[in-house]
Design a protein around this ligand. Structure first.
Ligand code: URP
Ligand code: ZN
Ligand code: ZN
Ligand code: ZN
Length: 521
């Protein structure tokens, strides 16, 4: 409490001061190199009322503004992670009712400390009920500290599901996720996937698919378990790349059949990268997502003799060997994959012990919400595979474009939200559970030194991360409504017409052939 409040005359001044701090911090980010997905240039960035006001050379600091020195550093749009599972009531793989370790407060605190200023989280239905699931997520996300949107998972098919997809698409959800894996709980069948694709297309919502062959992996799990591999490595052994390659090919072919754009989550195999490249080559609209663990985590650790270490690495599809990781990085560098997410599905070491004697019961998921930018920079920019601009594209701009949040998000330009990071490419730091901001008691990148560090994070115009300290407020986060339609859906009608033309070379849909059946019938 500032002392002037204790004098009556000072009261007005104090109130004014407090409201200035809360609402209208004017920030000037000086001397940095602004990096957008298209190009980079040296400029100052002026932030007012949560928005970017101007980007220009030598902006004079307005009165009472706070200056952030970015000399020698990159000034980039805040990261957007389109694949997180906060407060998720589901121990994937485990039959136990387990809730993921980070909620919307701790998960987003970790995100901000790592330079991510928006997430799109996967809301789950409750017993197949989408609307009920969304109500739960609206409630648990009230703790949010930053901007966030939602996808919704579709885990069964009936008229209510179809109707709820329509309802949710008007409430700011513009993507629906379908699991080919997790037989008996989340998985959909091929016919359900087709219905879901058709409904998504009708709504202008993007279908998202987790691609693995559910039936094959259940059989492989049994064989693996029966042969004595009951530990975490059994998870790896029983999910070979061919299951992911097949699932990816099938999802892509069915999307081609329905003529709907499609988003493939967590690509973990070189074969899946190749399937996506092939689909793009034949003209399909596909967005391929890599996750940081898929090219930045040590796949050998799942064989560690210490259960606590090994179980951390259980996620689906599994983290594969260096050759797969190389192909994923090449896919990112070459444009086959356009997004780096995390699939942050945190289950601490106590949760993971649900599968101590049976790898099938280990909840699936790894951490990454805080480490994503650092791992991606270290794996992709430092070795020269991509430029800083391409990096911004992968961790922010492409996500904003895919989910219709651009140019409000994913761009440093006047009028855009002031979600900004200052990145120092020269600072090295070591990732550890002892210093991270997630509630997890482990970290799959434990002990890894990375080059480059997010030194300042600005969320909606407020400095929330500086000098290794968070300054956040529970409940300050906004639900960002994501509208349907957008560039991915433009011109689909013309493609549909072309496909009808090729399917009915000698006839017209709706006008069956009137055929002379002859006399013998
Ligand atoms: O293992 C994973 N990926 N857990 C989270 C759920 C999912 O499949 O995305
Ligand atoms: Zn006071
Ligand atoms: Zn998945
Ligand atoms: Zn996921």
């Amino acid at each position: 409490v500032p002392p002037e409040c204790h004098f009556q005359l000072g009261l007005l001044l104090c109130v004014l001061q407090l409201s200035t701090i809360a609402w209208a911090e004017t920030l000037l980010i000086k001397g940095g190199t602004v990096v957008n997905a298209d190009h980079q240039y040296v400029a100052d960035v002026l932030v007012k009322d949560g928005l970017i006001e101007s980007v220009a050379a030598n902006i004079k600091a307005p009165k009472r503004s706070r200056v952030v020195d970015a000399t020698g550093k990159y000034v980039m749009p805040g990261g957007i992670d389109p694949h997180t599972h906060l407060d998720a009531e589901m121990g994937w793989g485990s039959k136990a009712e387990i809730i993921s370790t980070d909620d919307f407060y701790s998960g987003q605190a970790a995100a901000l400390a790592g330079g991510t200023t928006m997430i799109i989280d996967f809301a789950l239905p409750i017993n197949g009920d989408l609307a009920a699931g969304f109500e739960r997520y609206k409630r648990v996300s009230k703790k949010s500290v930053m901007d966030h949107g939602f996808h919704m998972a579709v885990t069964t098919w009936n008229e209510k599901v179809s109707a709820d997809m329509g309802k949710l698409s008007k409430e700011g959800i513009n993507s629906f996720k379908f699991f080919l894996a997790y037989k008996g709980s989340l998985a959909v069948t091929d016919d359900q996937l087709i219905y879901g694709f058709r409904r998504s297309k009708e709504l202008g919502a993007l279908p998202i698919v987790h691609c693995e062959n559910a039936a094959a992996l259940v059989e492989a799990q049994q064989i693996t378990f029966d042969s004595g591999f009951t530990g975490p490595e059994g998870h790896y052994i029983s999910r070979p790349a061919v299951f992911e390659d097949e699932g990816t090919a099938r999802a892509l072919r069915l999307a081609q059949y329905v003529n709907v754009p499609v988003y493939i989550v967590h690509v973990m195999s070189g074969g899946a990268v190749a399937e996506i490249a092939a689909a793009k080559t034949r003209g399909q609209r596909v967005v391929g997502e890599a996750v940081a663990s898929g090219f930045g985590a040590d796949e050998a650790k799942i064989w560690d003799p210490d259960f606590k270490v090994a179980a951390q690495y259980v996620m689906s599809p599994p983290i594969r060997n260096k050759e797969h990781q190389r192909q994923i990085k090449a896919g990112l560098a070459g444009g086959v994959l356009s997004i780096v997410a995390t699939d942050h599905a945190p289950f601490n070491s106590t949760h993971k012990r649900a599968g101590l004697h049976d790898f099938r019961k280990i909840p699936n998921g790894v951490n990454g919400i805080e480490e994503r930018l650092h791992v991606a920079w270290d794996e992709l920019v430092v070795p020269g595979l991509i430029t800083p601009s391409a990096f911004v594209g992968l961790v922010s701009t492409s996500v904003a474009k895919t989910y219709n949040a651009y140019p409000r998000k994913g761009l440093i330009a006047p009028g855009s939200d002031a979600d900004i990071i200052v990145f120092d490419p020269e600072v090295r730091h070591t990732i550890s559970a002892s210093t991270h901001h997630s509630r997890m008691d482990t970290n799959i990148y434990e002990g890894r030194e990375v080059k480059g560090k997010v030194v300042v994070t600005i969320s909606r115009g407020k400095v929330v991360w500086e000098n290794d300290k968070l300054d956040i407020q529970e409940g300050a986060g906004r639900f960002v409504k994501l509208p349907v339609g957008g560039p991915l859906f433009e011109g689909l009608d013309a493609l549909d017409a072309a496909s009808v033309a090729s399917n009915y070379p000698y006839g017209t849909p709706g006008q069956p052939v009137v055929r002379n059946l002859g006399t013998s019938a």
